[in-house]
Design a protein around this ligand. Structure first.
Ligand code: SF4
Length: 331
């Protein structure tokens, strides 16, 4: 993936990764900025320019390092080496949080971030699990920076506990030979092909994601499946049944024996709707006023009776194919 332009804080060039990226992308225009948080020129852009903004890279130094407690697959959410992503999932919660600025921001002070994580992990009496990929897609980012390989190698050597991250990409080959000591939990996010092609724009195909899952299990990683987000389009029951059939056919036995599911229903918002209507006028409408609560400028969620129906349906369909106790949680 080649960026169209790179915006960078001057300090970036004092870091090893900043220098490496400067060498790697010499042929591309570099534009100096004061702060990755506020790029005046980009803030002024129209929603319809969203697609071209996704082709930019923003390089900065991360200054916020606050970990947030989490009680799902990890103990803490860790702000790490990137935020945003160059794919364009129409529901991406980063779009909602950062509005149009959900382009890929890379933070070059990785030594500082890893050092803090290692020290934090070693201070704990029990082995904690750290979610390092909640603000971006680290498998995608790794193709640009090599950060994920670097992180696994260094954290597993110096830190205590486990790392985890989700992805919608399949470029896992650089991870397969790492000495991860089974302390990395890889979570693949899956959806039916119809949704990948029409809603998760720019992400990997279902087939390549399944192939990546099987490779990671073979490489002894712990691997889970995120059915996320569950999107209730008109024929959702058919689409999700077909997806579960495909998983039953194509996931390896080793994966099926050890896997777990996390199931997260889609939330949507006024901001998403506005950007999507302007940037992707041909895309399918994810807002459904029959199915969703919330009006006006806020967030929209599926109505509770529909969610209950969705949970019961998925529970039954998963049990039928993969047995009991495979679902970690619904959210
Ligand atoms: Fe957002 Fe993840 Fe899709 Fe990237 S791949 S746009 S981070 S949901």
């Amino acid at each position: 993936m080649q960026p169209a332009r790179i915006y960078y804080e001057t300090d970036v060039l004092n870091y090893e990764l900043g220098k490496e990226l400067y060498q790697k992308y010499q042929s591309i225009e570099w534009i100096e900025i004061d702060s990755h948080n506020n790029i005046e020129e980009l803030r002024a852009k129209e929603n319809k320019e969203f697609v071209s903004m996704k082709k930019l890279f923003i390089l900065g130094v991360r200054k916020t390092h606050k970990y947030t407690e989490n009680h799902k697959v990890s103990d803490y959410l860790v702000p790490y080496t990137s935020s945003g992503c160059s794919a364009m999932c129409l529901y991406c919660y980063l779009v909602c949080n950062y509005n149009k600025c959900s382009y890929l921001r890379l933070f070059v002070n990785r030594e500082q971030m890893l050092d803090r994580l290692v020290r934090f992990s070693n201070k704990s009496e029990r082995a904690l699990t750290f979610e390092i990929g909640s603000n971006s897609d680290l498998i995608l980012e790794n193709t640009l920076t090599g950060n994920l390989v670097w992180t696994i190698e260094n954290f597993i050597r110096d830190g205590k506990g486990n790392l985890t991250f989700p992805t919608k990409f399949s470029m896992v080959d650089p991870l397969l030979s790492l000495d991860h000591k089974k302390r990395v939990v890889f979570r693949m996010s899956l959806n039916p092909t119809y949704m990948i092609q029409n809603i998760e724009l720019g992400t990997a195909s279902l087939w390549s994601r399944i192939e990546a899952v099987n490779k990671m299990v073979d490489a002894q990683y712990k691997v889970g499946i995120l059915l996320a987000p569950i999107i209730l389009v008109d024929n959702w029951k058919v689409l999700y049944s077909q997806l579960l059939d495909i998983l039953n056919d194509l996931l390896s036995k080793k994966m099926k024996d050890q896997m777990f599911f996390e199931i997260i229903f889609m939330t949507y918002s006024f901001v998403h709707r506005k950007i999507n209507n302007d940037a992707f006028p041909e895309a399918i409408e994810l807002y459904n006023k029959e199915y969703m609560t919330g009006r006006g400028m806020g967030k929209y969620c599926y109505k509770s009776e529909l969610r209950r129906e969705g949970e019961a349906f998925l529970q039954e369909e998963i049990e039928k194919r993969f047995g009991k106790n495979k679902i970690l949680y619904f959210s």
